[in-house]
Design a protein around this ligand. Structure first.
Ligand code: MG
Length: 164
């Protein structure tokens, strides 16, 4: 049976922080605020996988008041989520992500992000989609107050059956 998962995350843009997206250090004057490295798209993808597993969210798995996760590399958290999925008999079929950011331009970093995420998931890079968009100046992303990311994934739960 194929299970679908969706994840959404937002982090605030502030001065004096690195901007880490899909494990790539993106050169920019500001970065995302968070307890971990605040890698918003990696968090959205981890939540998508947990969603497909019906296993809560990364906030529950890696609490942001736990010092163990301070400054954590979110790719490591993503591989732990995927490891948990495998332990429970799930296999990743496919995933796709979208980042909404007014700046900086993210297309030059897209393939590096896909490669990092694929490595963390233990899947071929072809199985990881990545897109970025501005919001035409609208909303918090458009005002440069933060960056949002969405992710969807399909997991095969290893059990026979089909709803189609
Ligand atoms: Mg987050």
């Amino acid at each position: 049976m194929i299970r679908i998962g969706h994840g959404y995350d937002v982090h605030r843009l502030v001065e004096g922080r690195r901007l880490v997206l899909g494990g790539v250090d993106v050169p920019y004057e500001r970065g995302l605020l968070g307890h971990s490295d605040a890698d918003v798209v990696t968090h959205a993808l981890a939540d998508a996988i947990l969603g497909a597993m019906r296993a809560g969210d990364i906030g529950r798995l890696f609490p942001d008041d736990d010092p163990a996760y301070e400054g954590a590399d979110s790719l490591v958290l993503l591989s732990r989520v995927m490891g948990l999925a495998r332990e429970r008999g799930y296999a990743l079929v496919d995933c796709d992500c979208t980042i909404a950011a007014e700046a900086p331009k993210l297309s030059p970093h897209r393939d590096a992000m896909r490669e990092n995420l694929a490595r963390a998931l233990g899947c071929p890079v072809e199985d990881v989609g990545m897109k970025a968009t501005t919001t035409e100046g609208l909303g918090f992303e458009g005002r440069g107050e933060g960056i949002a990311a969405w992710a969807v994934c399909l997991l095969d739960d290893g059990r026979p059956g089909s709803k189609v």
